[in-house]
Design a protein around this ligand. Structure first.
Ligand SMILES: Nc1ncnc2c1ncn2[C@@H]1O[C@H](COP(=O)(O)OP(=O)(O)OP(=O)(O)O)[C@@H](O)[C@H]1O
Length: 470
């Protein structure tokens, strides 16, 4: 999958819409990927997405097209994100959950229960030797605070970032699950805790390891290493895939909600976070984009930074009403989706460090390679070509990841690898100095011995010391 996979979904008309406009709808399908949309002024615009789900589409088809490839990739250690976007009542939650995640007709099942089933299926069909741990977290963003839906006392969680996990919610409750039924029961407690109208984020973390076939490929790579790199060889033990499902809050304008007081404040906060998402998408999709992408402008964009900026497989479902009465909101949802289509990404595998196992990370992505080359070019200005070659291998081994568009992160990755290399070189130098000291001492002892003892101990040394004395 390249870029973000974007689909538009038109739910069936509801009874209210039918009352006002009968059966009329403002879209005319062209094929499974495109349609003509008629706005409030009867102007027509053609839209094309990766797939269009017209009214009456099957929930199973949406899952298979948007989420299944991501589920499979997550089971092999890649990050994935599925987002539903659209105005209130457009079908985001229905698409995500279906009428209920616990008791529901098979046909109506939403993405969430299907994703959970899909993960367990992928695990069952994988190699027996791989052991998986699956953990669930569920948060909502309420008035720019990240709240834990499994533990309501945690109502202002912080978003952090590290090299192995990328972006993560610090201190969030993670519940281990071992089968679909348990996962759905757990999820339903989180769903019961949510506030109406907020953005809900479900994080499924999959850890797997040890993985033997990767151990073999690691050994074959190691055979070419010099002893210097051996001393800093990094051990890998497990892969983890992070799968995030995001049911966004309604995208309509705050004023349109007719709310007042606290509810209006909530609506404005939702608008701010969705407009921050729009700004990030605009920045990422602009052809001559600069290096600054405003991920830090909202909690939502910060959590989705990996998803939008590079190292995840991402699917966006733009949920719409097909009714002329919602034309202006539908148009803005479609435009949002059209912009998102221009974002280019590259998913890569996450390899978690482990002290006991040694496996090689899968191949790095092309974006990461570009970043790597850039950093190596910088290093080449001040290092010997052989050392740069060694670093190149180290980059590949270490599976370094960072946002290649962020100068800050490029710098920190550069500093990280440089300082590790320097410390390993320092260690090697210290060992050499110790060896030289030992040899010197040995030499002194030998010099102090009478000549006859030299000859008995080692005739070669005797000759060397003699030469030295001459
Ligand atoms: N694809 C669909 N098929 C049948 N009914 C649907 C579909 N999508 C949505 N609906 C119905 O439309 C109504 C609103 O849908 P839903 O709650 O999913 O909207 P939403 O976009 O999540 O709204 P909110 O922003 O308030 O969460 C529900 O009653 C739901 O049953």
């Amino acid at each position: 999958m390249s870029g973000i996979r974007v689909s538009a979904l038109f739910r069936p008309l509801n009874s209210k819409e039918k009352t006002y406009h009968g059966d009329s709808i403002n879209i005319r399908g062209i094929d499974s990927e495109s349609f003509v949309f008629k706005d409030e002024k009867d102007e027509e615009t053609e839209f094309r997405f990766d797939k269009v789900f017209f009214p009456g589409s099957e929930q199973a088809d949406i899952y298979e097209f948007l989420a299944l490839p991501i589920v499979k990739a997550a089971a092999s250690g890649a990050n994935g994100v599925v987002i539903t976007y659209g105005q209130t009542g457009a079908g985001k939650t229905y698409s995500m959950e279906g009428p209920s995640i616990i008791q529901c007709d098979e046909k109506q099942k939403g993405l969430l229960p299907r994703v959970v089933d899909g993960i367990f299926k992928a695990i069952k069909s994988s190699d027996d030797i791989i052991k998986y741990t699956i953990k669930l977290s569920m948060v909502e963003i309420y008035m720019e605070r990240v709240r834990d839906l499994f533990d309501r006392s945690k109502d202002n969680l912080q978003i952090k970032e590290n090299k192995m996990q990328g972006i993560f919610v610090n201190g969030v409750t993670e519940i281990s699950i071992s089968d679909s039924a348990e996962a759905l029961r757990t999820l339903s407690t989180g769903i019961a805790n949510r506030a109406a109208g907020e953005t809900r984020i479900l994080i499924l973390a999959l850890n797997s390891g040890p993985c033997v076939h990767m151990l073999i490929s690691y050994i074959s790579q190691r055979s070419g290493f010099t002893p210097v790199l051996d001393t800093i060889a990094i051990c890998y033990g497990s892969l983890y895939g992070k799968l995030i499902l995001v049911d966004l809050a309604g995208s309509e304008k705050a004023e349109k909600t007719g709310a007042e007081g606290r509810v209006l404040e909530e609506a404005k906060s939702i608008n701010r976070s969705l407009s921050a998402l729009g700004n990030v998408i605009n920045a990422l999709s602009s052809p001559g984009r600069g290096s600054h992408i405003p991920y830090r402008d909202s909690k939502l964009t910060r959590i989705l930074q990996d998803a939008l900026g590079g190292n995840s497989q991402t699917a966006l479902l733009c949920c719409c009403s097909p009714s002329p009465s919602n034309a202006s909101e539908t148009l803005s949802t479609l435009r949002f989706g059209a912009r998102a289509q221009h974002i280019k990404q590259s998913a890569h595998f996450n390899v978690k460090e482990d002290e006991e196992e040694t496996i090689s990370p899968p191949a790095v992505s092309s974006t990461k390679n570009e970043s790597m080359e850039r950093i190596l070019a910088k290093l080449a200005e001040r290092m010997e070509p052989e050392d740069v070659q060694l670093l190149k291998q180290l980059f590949v081994l270490e599976g370094i990841f960072f946002d290649p568009n962020s100068v800050e992160e490029v710098e920190s990755a550069y500093e990280d690898v440089t300082s590790r290399t320097i410390s390993s070189l320092q260690k090697a130098v210290e060992e050499l100095v110790a060896t030289v000291d030992e040899l010197k001492k040995e030499n002194e002892t030998l010099k102090a011995l009478p000549q006859e003892s030299y000859m008995l101990l080692n005739p070669t040394l005797f000759n060397m010391v003699n030469v030295d004395r001459v």
